[in-house]
Design a protein around this ligand. Structure first.
Ligand SMILES: [Cu+2]
Length: 646
């Protein structure tokens, strides 16, 4: 116990009682009625969501359900959104979303889409920044633990996702675990993105030796066309990894010439493989998602093509693998290393041209000599380096998990310039645009793993914490703490001006192609088809139509297709009915959404609008009568004196 206390005290950076005051606080202050300068898209870690904060205020603006069901928005509960969470394993309503990647044009965020990874049941998602909704999810075959994902190329030609756990290929996976070295392989998925529509497509996969891929970054500028991946477990251990995968002094960064790989695939060199994966898309006009199971992927084995991939030794268990704005420097972060190696793209190219390789290949892939690829090492920067982002002045910022600090250093001379404590144990960090060709060196956010004493306590679990630093001066200055949802891993921020004027304010009711849309109260109806009953309902301030329904029976499957007739910004309506065992619906102006409900008893069931919409919101209710199975009560429905019976 005493030992534990000492440990905890020992972890605290000096000056834990320091509070931000005066000028610092003013820098994060956004006055009521004023907008933030940046949108910050933050991964929700184990919550499976993405949340959006304003910077510098830290205001929570929106939580976007991606891989998780969300009762606030009915995501994954409505019939229209359920297919978005379909996988080859069936309906999977959860995942851990670790990393966020903004779509890019010429190496700078273009404000079209945000991509997110699902680690557990490997998936890639695309969020539409006009609607702040998940528009597409694609499952990744031959993969497990989609951690090294989603990392995009300079023009989002591809969003790249690699397997954290090497596993046997899907087609022949029933093998002894001990046969790791022989049967377990890594797979890297290249998912193409249509520049206009955003539609994703699993273009091809690279099959690699069995290691654990951790993180990655695409080359940019001079290194555009290349991609760099950190890999650990080069020991190829399959048990007690904390010991057995930490034995080698150096693991690898893998440099991949993806343009070359793309050429080979186009020339038909890849092998078609039978797999099974789901591809889910949300259609904005039918307001409905479809899920398609696909059965084929093209795989290129990198060991058969000597000019696609190279390993570069990197000390020790590398985590982050970050490329500077010029594309020349690649920073490897060995999370158990005491130094920070910086590799040079030019030197890597020269080493390849000169065959400056180690004598032995690794798993059939050439290994470039460490010194031949190395630009230099940042000496004694801190303990446990994890991630690096960059500013517009040639500086890098690296998070140090063990020593709980952010360290600023110069990319050219590798000298440490500043260090500031974080509270506590920082994981990822983010500079606005810090992964792009044009960083905006104004703010840095540290996403911390532990909160300890920063906020009011909340039972056994404390809030997750982000910390905002002003990095515009020579010294980094902590200006704000703000709590976050889930456990944020990575995040990215973009100027608000890039997307705030592109927001979709309503769905055009005339373009609503939902098959059960009722585009007016005179189009509402209740139709029995066997034991299925379809209710084409409308909602508008301040009533639902119809608001009296009879003739439903115990054992029926009732589908409430609710169309919101409003055509004003920010006038959603909700829908809920007593006893329904899923969530409410939340229906945007011009949209149609469906709740499936199976009454379990006879009686009167009120239904109502759940989203406050007007002074007469409380009156926005209706009654539904359920009769016993086999009852002679006919289907009938009405609104006021407009009734009809069938
Ligand atoms: Cu309402």
């Amino acid at each position: 116990m005493v030992f534990a206390c000492i440990l905890i005290v020992g972890c605290k950076p000096k000056g834990t009682s320091e509070a931000v005051s005066g000028g610092g606080a003013a820098k994060a202050y956004v006055a009521p009625g004023k907008y933030d300068e940046f949108y910050n898209f933050v991964s929700g870690g184990f919550s499976g969501q993405m949340s959006v904060y304003g910077l510098p205020s830290g205001r929570l603006l929106r939580v976007i359900p991606v891989f998780s069901v969300d009762p606030e928005k009915g995501w994954g509960y409505s019939e229209e959104t359920k297919p978005m969470l379909n996988t080859s394993h069936g309906f999977v309503p959860w995942d851990d979303l670790h990393h966020v990647e903004m779509s890019m044009t010429n190496g700078v965020a273009d404000g079209k889409w945000a991509f997110g990874n699902g680690n557990n049941t490997p998936r890639l998602a695309r969020v539409d920044l006009r609607t702040f909704r998940t528009a597409e999810i694609i499952e990744l075959p031959n993969s497990a633990g989609n951690h090294s994902s989603p990392f995009g190329t300079e023009n989002s030609e591809y969003i790249v996702a690699s397997t954290r756990f090497s596993v046997p290929e899907d087609a022949n996976s029933d093998v002894p675990i001990e046969s790791y070295k022989e049967n377990f392989k890594g797979h890297i998925s290249f998912v193409s993105v249509d520049k206009e529509s955003g539609d994703m497509n699993l273009a091809f996969q690279l099959k690699t030796p069995g290691v654990n891929f951790d993180l990655a970054r695409a080359g940019k500028g001079k290194s555009h066309g290349w991609m760099f991946f950190s890999c650990y477990n080069t020991e190829q251990a399959n048990t007690l990894l904390e010991v057995n995968a930490s034995k080698n002094d150096k693991d690898f960064i893998m440099a991949v010439n993806w343009k070359k790989a793309e050429e080979y695939v186009k020339a038909g060199k890849g092998k078609k493989q039978t797999v099974k994966y789901a591809h889910n898309k949300f259609d904005e006009h039918t307001h409905t998602a479809t899920s398609t199971i696909k059965n084929e992927v093209t795989v290129l084995d990198i060991t058969e093509f000597p000019d696609i991939a190279y390993f570069i030794p990197c000390p020790k268990s590398p985590h982050g693998c970050d490329v500077d704005p010029s594309g020349e420097y690649i920073v490897g972060s060995g999370k158990l290393a005491a130094l920070l190696p910086v590799f040079s793209y030019d030197k890597i190219q020269k080493a390849i041209a000169d065959n400056t390789f180690e004598q032995d290949k690794f798993g059939g892939v050439p290994v470039i000599k460490y010194e031949a690829a190395l630009y230099g090492e940042v000496e004694k920067p801190g303990l446990g380096p994890l991630h690096t982002e960059f500013d517009d002045q040639g500086n890098a910022y690296t998070s140090f998990f063990v020593s709980s600090e952010v360290v600023k250093w110069n990319v050219k001379d590798l000298k440490v310039l500043d260090r500031q404590p974080t509270f506590y144990s920082v994981g990822h960090l983010m500079v606005v645009g810090g992964n792009t060709k044009k960083p905006i060196g104004k703010y840095l956010v540290a996403y911390n793993k532990i909160t300890k004493d920063r906020y009011l306590p909340t039972g056994p679990e404390l809030s997750q914490s982000a910390q905002l630093f002003d990095i515009s001066g020579d010294k980094m200055e902590l200006i704000l703490d703000f709590p976050t949802i889930g456990e944020p891993h990575y995040a990215q921020a973009i100027p608000a001006s890039l997307i705030m004027d592109k927001q979709l304010k309503i769905f055009d009711i005339n373009a609503n192609n939902h098959p059960y849309a009722a585009k007016g109260e005179d189009k509402t109806k209740v139709v029995r088809e066997g034991n299925k009953v379809h209710v084409n309902m409308t909602t508008v301030r301040s009533h639902l139509a119809p608001d009296n329904i009879e003739g439903i029976q115990v054992g029926d499957e009732v589908y409430f297709h609710v169309t919101n007739l409003e055509q004003d910004w920010d006038v959603p309506h909700g829908f809920a009915i007593k006893g329904a065992n899923n969530a409410e619906l939340l229906i945007m102006p011009g949209e149609t959404v469906t709740l499936k409900w199976s009454p379990d008893r006879a009686g009167i069931f009120p239904y109502y609008c759940t989203d406050f919409c007007s002074a007469l919101h409380q009156e926005m209710t209706g009654y539904l009568r359920v009769s016993p199975k086999g009852s002679k009560v006919p289907i009938s429905y009405k609104l006021g004196d407009k009734s009809s019976a069938k």
